[in-house]
Design a protein around this ligand. Structure first.
Ligand code: AP5
Ligand code: MG
Length: 190
């Protein structure tokens, strides 16, 4: 199986590149942000609780997202591989993912980390916020909070994979195609 972690700060292009990668490599896309927005749209209890945190730029609890991923792995047992987008976002989530995959005799093939500076991230998210309806793109204050949350809780996840020799950094500014080509060059070595 090909199991990729697509990593990077809010607005780095994880969702955009995932869409292209799932087509090329026939993978299942697992975005915890998309799953949570689905729960919000359906008005579930989980969605209502998650929305409060998401609209404040904060992470939802580890056990919630780990449970979601565990369910998705079980319900896609015939998949050729997965792209994890926006997960794992804490070291505890990364450890849990390794355990879940090990229980199925699988492992992460590699982490691809998109490098984009803060000015560009804010520009992209504010632009998207004008049309996406994503409430966490609504104003610069929430966007900055998401970036701060990323720096304090999520950035250490890159070290976790680096220690396993699985981290590849990719320059995340340029055209979507250029970045995709550079990601594929890495994926083709796995
Ligand atoms: P999530 O949905 O994961 O959002 P995010 O990480 O903040 O990132 P985005 O989805 O905004 O950005 P992206 O990297 O996917 O970029 P995209 O391709 O869209 O999480 C949302 C919230 O849910 C979190 O804040 C948290 O509360 C909660 N959550 C989710 N997962 C969690 C977890 N595991 N644990 C705890 N809480 C969790 O691109 C962004 C924009 O830029 C788009 O408009 C795109 O068109 C544009 N763009 C893309 N590439 C380029 C390019 N090369 N040049 C110019 N523009 C570009
Ligand atoms: Mg996304």
């Amino acid at each position: 199986m090909l199991n990729l972690v697509l990593f990077g700060p809010p607005g780095a292009g994880k969702g955009t590149q995932s869409q292209k990668l799932i087509k090329k490599y026939q993978l299942v896309h697992l975005s915890t942000g998309d799953i949570l927005r689905g729960e919000i749209a359906q008005g579930t209890t989980l969605g209502v609780e998650a929305k409060k945190l998401m609209d404040d730029g904060k992470l939802v609890p580890d056990e919630v997202v780990i449970g979601m991923i565990s369910n998705k792995l079980d319900s896609n047992s015939d998949a050729q591989g997965f792209i994890f987008d926006g997960f794992p976002r804490t070291v505890a989530q990364a450890e849990a993912l390794d355990k879940l995959l090990a229980s199925k005799d699988e492992k992460i093939s590699g982490m691809i980390a998109l490098q984009v500076d803060e000015e560009e991230l804010e520009k992209r998210l504010l632009l998207r916020g004008q049309e996406s309806g994503r409430s966490d793109d609504a104003n610069p204050e929430i966007i900055r909070k998401r970036i701060v949350e990323y720096q304090s809780k999520t950035a250490p996840v890159a070290n976790y994979y680096q220690e396993q020799g699985k981290l590849q950094n990719i320059h995340g500014i340029g055209t979507i195609e250029e970045i995709f080509d550079n990601i594929c060059k890495v994926v083709d070595t796995y």
